[in-house]
Design a protein around this ligand. Sequence first.
Ligand SMILES: O=P(O)(O)O[C@H]1O[C@H](CO)[C@@H](O)[C@H]1O
Ligand SMILES: [Mn+2]
Ligand SMILES: [Mn+2]
Length: 397
Amino acid sequence: MKRFRRVIVLVLDSVGIGASPDAYKFGDEGANTLGHVSQFFPGGLDLPTMASLGLGNIKTDVPLVGVPVQSLPLGSFGKLREVSVGKDSINGHWELMGVPINKPLDTFPNGFPQKLIQQIEHFSKRKVILNQVYSGSQAILDFGEKQKAEGSLIIYTSGDSVLQVAAHEDSVPVEELYRICRFIRSAIDHSNLTVGRIIARPFIGTHNKSFVRSNHRKDFAMVSPEETVLDLLAANGIQVTGIGKVNDIFSSRGIKNSIHTSSDADGMNQVIRLVNSPGQGFIFANLVDFDSNFGHRRDTQGYGEELARVDNKLDELVNLMSDEDLLIITADHGNDPTFKGTDHTREFVPVIIYAKGISGKDIGIRETYSDVGATVLENFQIENDGYGESFLGLITE
Ligand SMILES: O=P(O)(O)O[C@H]1O[C@H](CO)[C@@H](O)[C@H]1O
Ligand SMILES: [Mn+2]
Ligand SMILES: [Mn+2]
């Protein structure tokens, strides 16, 4: 079996490929992020690189308009089913790295308990406003002026296990906002609540119509109770580089180099820069704009345009890869911009695997996202007693 010196896993955050069999449990029957985005454009999606790698060959209930089936795809292709009980980034990324979440994390459809709010107010010496389920971009439009004038904290949540804190950078300096989020993380970890992430959401702009979130977002995640694939790689001397929010999602564990990004284009450029220089190990990159700028905003056009931009960068990446590099493109959950509400959608995620000079295979429907982590471990010859089944043999045979 061929092994590679460098493996790159690229997570297109929220790019799902059709409701999974358990979508009914989430009220997400009929969701299909890629399928519905492709139907939105009269000629469908224009994704020549992903198409050449076999994206259109993945079987799905909504055909990908504009993404033709290849008779000889350059990459291997399939789709992954999520076994974790939740459908957010933590569940998705942890499961990709071998640790599915079996116990539901807490969600707060009626806001956070008063006791926690009081603790936050006491620590920060600032008032908390909102404390509801809300869309983040809408929250700063509706409450940003008030927050900025008072120096208060906008706290809100979603259908996920997240506590988000929004504040204008001029009224609550970013470092102070991070300090407050760290306090909330610790207060929650010392309580009987389980919250996946505390997210700092600083924003900028002169007045409410111009308020936008800055790129100083920071996620403070719960720490995985078990060793992830990243921990195993680190323990075996394999260098792990996290790009985008990966470092936050794994609380830096197992990650040697972390690269902050300001956009998906920046994220792709960072991957391209690394692949263009000699190196080995594991590169794990997340492109979050699909999710946060377009999926949650229910901006179908923007979603499709972002796919095309990333596809263009992928062409550059694929052409730079040597025969010592293995690229796996996948996602962490769905976020169908044509679907009701503004939450993630429970979907299969696509998986496309490219290695120079190796012809594509159909790897079918995989039972868990953890097959990705298992493949990475097998590539680096690390024993896997955990979750998932490697597809390395299948794609390199
Ligand atoms: O509305 P915004 O702030 O983008 O919130 C989104 O961000 C959270 C983290 O991805 C999700 O749970 C979702 O609610
Ligand atoms: Mn995500
Ligand atoms: Mn999201």
